[in-house]
Design a protein around this ligand. Structure first.
Ligand SMILES: [Zn+2]
Length: 79
């Protein structure tokens, strides 16, 4: 058995990304889904931290963008 230490893993679900980076266009995520999960976490953090004055309009626009990405994921899901 080869050493497993050299196989990178998805930073969201820890799935091992075997076979080379060319097979993982979403690297360091295993999939678009995990990429969005990470993005969602980032957004959640930015909401909980008082990042500065924000208008309701700006927040609404960000939520709309997240929703659009989520729908994109659902419609473009593979498998
Ligand atoms: Zn993953």
């Amino acid at each position: 058995m080869a050493a497993k230490g050299k196989v990178p893993a998805c930073i969201v679900c820890s799935r091992q990304l075997e076979g080379g980076l060319l097979e993982w266009p979403q690297f360091p995520f295993c999939s678009q889904r995990c990429k969005l999960v990470d993005l969602g976490r980032w957004f959640e953090e930015s909401y909980t931290l008082p990042a500065g004055p924000r208008t309701a309009q700006e927040i609404a626009e960000e939520i709309e963008e997240l929703e659009a990405r989520r729908m994109e994921l659902e419609s473009g899901e593979e498998g």
